[in-house]
Design a protein around this ligand. Structure first.
Ligand code: NAD
Length: 260
């Protein structure tokens, strides 16, 4: 018998061509799960990284703004592997501006990608999980699902929303083998955050290193980024037997950000 705890399971990770999603996909693949990748940009490189874990990997290019694309992706996963046992709702974007100047199309895109897409994937994944009497839904929220920062109205609204969706999904499935939990990272140095470091460096005419220190110093007492590998390990724990009764939590991994 395989020693790998997720052998025979299929994990779909939205936004797994980069950053946190890729880190979680690799961690789940290392435990033997088949992976359905999703996301834009370079696919071949990240796909090869996951394949190196000696598991089956496919990619679907669904745009998380579009319900019909999401439906296609879920059907594709079913055709490839029979269904989705582990759903990781991770795809996300950011835009920074005060409410009165916040571009309406950016608001709509952030709510669609960071929140509504998780509703669509979850509603389409849950019946299969309930039928199999086992399933894991992991929503990648953020510390911004728990507390706010200025200039991030759409992001904070979407992330608070996904923490709420997590709790409702967990409650509705509380007597089943299907759990739903959220992960709430602080700063993780991915392309999404690098853009914010670059913007700070340009705005204040300082070096990248100084801007990084400022960014961490404002919010994260540990002065350290959380890594995609650490978040992957947390996702693996949430898929483990030990986490059977972990339901509806918003689990921060944030260097003390929300302890203040
Ligand atoms: P990233 O930019 O490295 O990756 C984002 C991923 O989402 C990419 O694969 C991208 O192709 C995909 N994506 C973007 N728009 C999409 C769309 N319309 N359809 C399908 N895929 C799309 O960002 P990241 O930092 O790894 O962020 C991943 C998640 O983690 C996001 O939900 C983000 O809000 C959350 N998060 C990030 C941090 C951080 O500090 N980086 C902190 C807390 C939470």
């Amino acid at each position: 018998m395989s020693q790998l705890q997720l052998a025979g399971k299929t994990a779909l990770v939205t936004g797994s061509t980069s950053g946190i999603g890729l880190g979680i996909a690799i961690a789940l693949a290392k435990e033997g799960a088949n992976i359905v990748m999703n996301g834009f940009g370079d696919v071949a490189g990240p796909k090869a990284e996951i394949e190196a874990c000696k598991t089956k990997v496919v990619h679907h290019p669904a745009d998380m703004c579009k319900a019909s694309d999401i439906q296609d992706m879920m059907e594709f996963a079913k055709n490839q592997f029979g269904g989705v046992d582990i759903l990781v709702n991770n795809a996300g974007i950011q835009h920074v501006a005060p409410v009165e100047n916040f571009p309406v199309e950016k608001w709509d895109a952030i709510i669609a990608i960071n929140l509504t897409s998780a509703f669509h994937t979850s509603r389409l994944a849950i019946p299969f999980m309930q039928q199999k009497k086992w399933g894991r839904i992991i929503n990648v929220a953020s510390v911004h699902g728990l507390v706010a920062s200025a200039q991030k109205s759409a992001y904070v609204a979407a992330k608070h929303g996904i923490v709420g969706l997590t709790k409702v999904t967990a409650l509705e499935n509380a007597t089943t083998g299907v759990t739903c939990n959220a992960i709430c990272p602080g700063w993780v140095l991915t392309p999404l955050v690098q853009k914010q470091v670059d913007a700070k460096a340009a705005e204040l005419k300082i070096s990248n290193e100084e801007a990084t220190k400022l960014l961490l110093g404002e919010k994260e007492p540990s002065m350290q980024f959380t890594t995609p590998e650490e978040l992957g390990a947390l996702a693996v724990f949430m898929c483990s037997k030990a986490a059977d009764n972990v339901r509806g939590v918003a689990w921060n991994m944030d260097g003390g950000w929300t302890a203040q």
